[in-house]
Design a protein around this ligand. Structure first.
Ligand code: NAD
Length: 354
């Protein structure tokens, strides 16, 4: 076994069905009395109001102002509400966009956060915050943004449309996959990664067939928790960096981009990370990890080409240049021709190749 260092991040996790009813007791446990409930507008808004209702007099209301990619101006507006209502904690109910707003508020105020995730993106388990200013997204890692309490309530995920569940679940798997070949990987996180991949691989096809399948939804949420923990614990590599470049340059949808790139990034790294590939393939019950993920995405019916999610073909060259311009650690060094081939295959939606 290789040498390693392992930092366990503090996190209180409450998991199950109906667990949202424990929100009040969790607030009391934290010693907070004026909680502002955050959400995105639209569907999330009604849910946020319901959750404020559970808190009763401990709530200072709902604020449905979360926006994808955490733009700084949206955070500044939310901070005015935090101040005006004299909130002493935030509750983020929703996906990565809402959780991002809660983290951005915590970064600036040190207010404690209770997070109730309704997608599988995994942000709730990480000390990572990505923020957008003037169209440029920058990411930082600081314990100030790590949520104090995470309440996973499978009941709140039953209505997550299967198509979003599929891409969100593949986004989660990407965290686990890259954790298995991370430079700072360790045996504990690797165990979580395998179990996370296994759980989502089992759950996602069942959710597509039967969206109300509570056991499958529960297994997916459990997998998402494990995968989010992987993302929070160890460094990511080519896959996450490529998705960041593509999302930023072409404003592509986050989870769909992860879903499309993952098999190709894995195929690229396969020759330099054979042990990780065996573990991914083992968790998927397939022979080849990259092929297995491509086939899983096919079974889930997700879009498989960057072209289909709005990336222009000339963007391939731009993405290759942007990736090479900001080098970072990856198990296989970044090679221009191989990167171009990876992105061309992903743009066309053809199966991955090393
Ligand atoms: P999201 O939060 O934007 O949600 C996607 C869509 O699903 C939204 O339209 C939302 O309203 C809807 N939705 C959410 N829950 C639902 C439910 N239960 N039922 C029906 N609809 C529901 O997207 P996301 O994929 O969860 O998160 C993406 C964002 O999170 C990106 O900005 C990404 O960068 C960030 N992220 C951050 C981290 C981190 O560690 N900092 C990790 C993962 C993702």
């Amino acid at each position: 076994m290789q040498s390693f260092a392992y930092d366990a991040l503090p996190a209180r996790v409450v998991f199950g069905s109906g667990t949202v009813t424990q929100l009040r007791s969790e607030a009391e446990r934290l010693g907070v009395h004026r909680l502002l409930v955050l959400s995105t507008p639209g569907r999330g808004e009604a849910q946020a109001r319901e959750i404020a209702g559970i808190l009763g007099e401990l709530s200072v209301g709902a604020y449905p102002g979360a926006v994808m990619h955490t733009p700084v101006d949206a955070t500044e507006q939310a901070l005015q509400v935090v101040q005006a209502r004299n909130a002493d904690a935030v509750v983020a109910v929703g996906g990565g966009s809402t959780i991002g707003l809660g983290k951005a508020i915590a970064l600036r105020t040190d207010l404690p956060q209770i997070v109730i995730p309704t997608t599988y993106a995994g942000s709730e388990m990480t000390p990572i915050l990505g923020e957008t200013r003037d169209g440029v997204k920058t990411t930082q890692r600081t314990l100030k943004v790590l949520p104090e309490v995470v309440i996973y309530d499978v009941d709140l995920t039953i209505g997550l449309p299967p198509a979003i569940a599929a891409t969100s679940g593949m986004n989660a798997m990407a965290h686990a996959v890259e954790a298995l070949y991370a430079r700072d990987r360790n045996p504990v996180i690797s165990l979580m990664a395998e179990e996370g991949i296994r759980s989502l691989d089992d759950a996602l096809p069942r959710i597509m067939e039967s969206p109300q399948d509570r056991a499958a939804r529960s297994n997916a949420l459990y997998g998402a928790w494990l995968c989010g923990t992987c993302l929070g614990a160890v460094g990511m590599a080519l896959h996450h960096k490529l998705c960041h470049v593509l999302g930023g340059a072409f404003n592509l949808p986050h989870a769909e981009t992860h879903t499309i790139i993952l098999p190709h990034a894995l195929a690229y790294n396969a020759p330099a990370a054979t042990d990780a590939m065996e573990r991914v393939a083992g968790a998927l019950g397939t022979v080849d990890a990259a092929q297995g993920l491509f086939e899983l995405a096919g079974r889930l019916g997700t879009k498989q080409s960057l072209r289909d999610i709005g990336m222009p073909e000339e963007g391939i060259e731009q993405a290759v240049k942007a990736t090479l311009a900001a080098p970072y650690w990856n198990p296989r060094p970044l090679e221009e021709a191989a990167l171009r081939s990876l992105l061309t295959r992903a743009w066309n939606g053809v199966p991955p190749q090393p």
